[in-house]
Design a protein around this ligand. Structure first.
Ligand code: SAM
Length: 284
């Protein structure tokens, strides 16, 4: 049911409108992984083929456009793929409907399979088998996501050290508890793909948990970004239906109080959001 949340028209729109750019540190790590596996290729040379598994609307697929001759993004949701084909057109990227049962590539042809925030919906064993089929011996798969590590306010461009994390963490804890009993796939993301990593077998695998990046955005944009993820929006709707106060609004209010910015509009309060990536990597 969770994957179908990405098929609803209003969810598709919200997800597209309120996305944020992923910090570059993950991209750099992935390019380094490829270079290690195939030392003959320099960082400036183009690899042949990349797959973006669960590419959604394709917004993030293009971050690798310079590194590959060809990129294929695939997603189970026809609506996401239609949007990708309208909004994220790029000369060497194609988007197609597909899933882990049949990756859209021939044997031993793929340099990189990247999957961001999507593996939780897939059958991991099937995905790994298919990756083994299509990956080149020098290729690798990287399955990744991130969790929130810290939030601080920016005032006139100066980094303020008072962390808003104690307040934000209350919201994260509430949502995590709710996902645990209501949406197992999102709980798997919160758990930084612990079960997914265990299920990956028959390949050389490792995980990286110390990549940290930052995203600068207003509190208003942060709220919109969080609620653009359909599962997190479901949590908010559930709280509302049960006449509970919205924990996201509560934590935002608390942060503003702490920073003495209660009189400011949410879109005037600019924060630095620190995210901690988890990247599972495997190769044949
Ligand atoms: C959270 S979104 C991530 C989209 C994109 N990777 C990004 O980082 O913006 C998860 C995507 O996985 C897709 N999805 C769900 N089940 C899938 C499956 N079995 N195979 C491929 N894609 C799937 C959903 O349709 C949705 O677009």
């Amino acid at each position: 049911m969770e994957a179908r949340l990405y098929e609803k028209q209003d969810a598709v729109k919200k997800f597209e409108e309120n996305t944020v750019e992923y910090p570059n540190v993950l991209r750099k790590y992935i390019i380094d992984c490829l270079a290690q596996l195939d030392p003959d290729k320099t960082h400036n040379r183009r690899y042949d083929l990349m797959l973006d598994a669960g590419c959604g609307n394709g917004h993030h697929t293009s971050i690798f456009a310079e590194q590959f001759k060809e990129i294929i993004g695939f997603d189970k949701s026809k609506k996401q793929i239609n949007l990708a084909n309208k909004k994220n057109v790029h000369c060497n990227i194609q988007y197609i409907v597909g899933d882990e049962n049949k990756l859209p590539a021939r044997e031993n042809t793929v340099d990189l399979i990247w999957s961001m925030f999507s593996i939780q919906y897939m059958n991991v064993e099937t995905f790994v088998e298919e990756c083994k089929r299509v990956l080149k011996p020098t290729g690798c798969a990287i399955v990744a996501g991130f969790s929130y590590a810290d939030i601080t306010v920016l005032r006139s461009g100066i980094h303020e050290c008072d962390s808003g994390m104690p307040a934000f963490a209350k919201y994260l804890k509430n949502s995590s508890d709710w996902f645990k009993s209501h949406i197992a796939t999102e709980y798997e993301v919160i758990q930084r793909y612990t079960n997914v990593f265990q299920k990956i077998s028959g390949v050389k695998k490792s995980r990286k948990d110390d990549l940290v990046g930052t995203i600068t955005l207003s509190l208003d944009k942060l709220r919109k970004f969080i609620l653009s993820v359909p599962e997190w929006n479901e949590f908010s709707k559930w709280m509302e239906m049960h006449h509970e106060p919205d924990p996201l609004n509560q934590s935002i209010r608390e942060m503003k109080r702490m920073w003495n910015l209660e009189n400011k509009d949410d879109n005037e309060v600019i924060v630095l959001l620190k995210v901690s990536f988890f990247a599972l990597r495997f190769s044949k």
